[in-house]
Design a protein around this ligand. Sequence first.
Ligand code: FES
Length: 127
Amino acid sequence: MSADPTDASEVSTEPVSTKSHTLGPVDQIPFGEGRAFGVDGEQVAVFRLRDGTLRALSAVCPHRGGPIADGTIDRQVVMCPLHQHAFSLETGCSSTGAEPLRTYSVQEDAEQNIVLEYPHIRGNSLA
Ligand code: FES
């Protein structure tokens, strides 16, 4: 029962949708630090850089499950506190050979709240 390829009326052009989650005031995260939030059963680490911008990555280190939100950051990387693997805050890629961290889109809204865009994939595990 395949669809007629010339009939695009029922074909979704959006394979992955996102849901916005408001995680509360940005002031709960001091400059230069991170905090972990539970979002749809996942742990997400949100970092507030010293320039005020936000970054969001998976909060669980792929090496041995270390708490990424407790890691130290500079402008470009976060270092896991357990064994010092380093991950890009932009891409989640590790410069020290670990598996990458998932990254998320995050921003501050007009009321100074943290707004996370969380991927919502039907029928597909995010794990
Ligand atoms: S658990 Fe993160 S570097 Fe080992």
